[in-house]
Design a protein around this ligand. Sequence first.
Ligand code: HEM
Length: 427
Amino acid sequence: MSEEPASETPRAGLSRRGLLGLALGAGAAGVAVGAGAASAIALTRPDAASVADTHQFYGAHPAGITTDVQDHLHFAAFDVMEGASRQDLVELLQDWSYAAARMMLGLEVSATGAVGGSPEAPPDDTGEALGLPASNLTITIGFGPTLFSTAEGVDRFGLASQAPGSLAALPPFLGDDLDPGHTGGDLCIQACADDPQVAVHAVRNLSRIAFGRARLRWSQLGYGRTSRTSATSKTPRNLFGFKDGTANILADDTAALDEHVWVSADDGPTWLAGGSYLVARKIAMKIETWDRVRLAEQERVTGRAKGTGAPLSGGDEFAAPDFAASGAAGLAIDPRSHVSRAHPANNGGIRMLRRGYNYVDGNTALGRLDAGLFFLGYVRSPDRFITVQRSVATDLMMEYVTTVGSGIWAVPPAPSEGSFVGAGLFS
Ligand code: HEM
């Protein structure tokens, strides 16, 4: 993350309140997000040589979905503060967009950053990413059902009429044991980067910017991606030791993305066209139980070979599973295996883009690893996820997992340069 001279484009693009309302008296007030903000950001990136590890916040589809899956995740869900107005929400999204666009370019959250401001005021940027490259940071922002209407039906921000008809809290599923402290949220931020410090810096600074307007509801660190979105990346493994992401939708498969991931203009609402729906599921794995299961059974549960990742019906990792093929005892792939239950052939053709992460949150009181998979799936409509989830909720893998956290958010398309995430919702 690079410092830049404080004299360059000071605080261009900030909302009226400015970053956190920090450094009061430093001249931030009165500067609204303007069309020039994004180009100013691009121009002021001081280290043109390292743009290779940067992604654009602005564009068409949101960054962090088809982006080659980075190594680390910091995910955070927020609730808008009681009493915050529609204008507060708009300004928060403006400030988040400005800071996110800068951080994705490897810059600090504002021009004065960690050390360029007044010594008498807390710095705008917390500083722990100074000197680090952008590390492929992507920041993806989502809007939860409660942003449009609370559980009690209150339309806090005049957005209810703009809510996607299908966006609602997910129904309960078999195998759910949800902790409200890891479920839901008015807003979410998915920060992915190849350096965990960069991902944590992003969420920490965006939380700080939200001060007085939104507060952190829950968050999750993830490491070791459990999926791939590019044909050139090797398929990673989840904590059950199996290759995960083999049959994922890849970034260059634009037809599949259009069919299964991106919300189209016809789907509506208009402000969401080009965006997607994100489902997060914190799935605790009974690691110690799994580790005592014989290999053949682990493979039956999954439907794939542990070593190669190939379907049990034969071929290599990328061979199509043949659900009719015979094995030594009956069908080669058990119809209750995870792959069988999740496969599009058994779900009306539905596919999704997965980009989850492993997590380890220390250990339980019983001395077991508190670990699992932080599932992140992108779908064109919530009902698609629900269909597949209902199907896998009775698969053989269920014996070894419990879902302890959950949420769904509509992810607006990337804003155009100088605008802010979700602007179409407020116009
Ligand atoms: C801890 C929980 C889970 C584990 C360990 C797990 C593991 C796996 C593995 C090993 C594969 C095969 C490799 C691949 O194609 O990626 C797979 C495939 C898949 N999983 Fe999961 N998964 C989990 C939860 C879920 C959930 C919650 C969903 C969605 C509701 C899901 C949807 C899928 C889909 C759609 C596929 C691809 C199926 C295909 O097209 O063949 N998984 N999963």
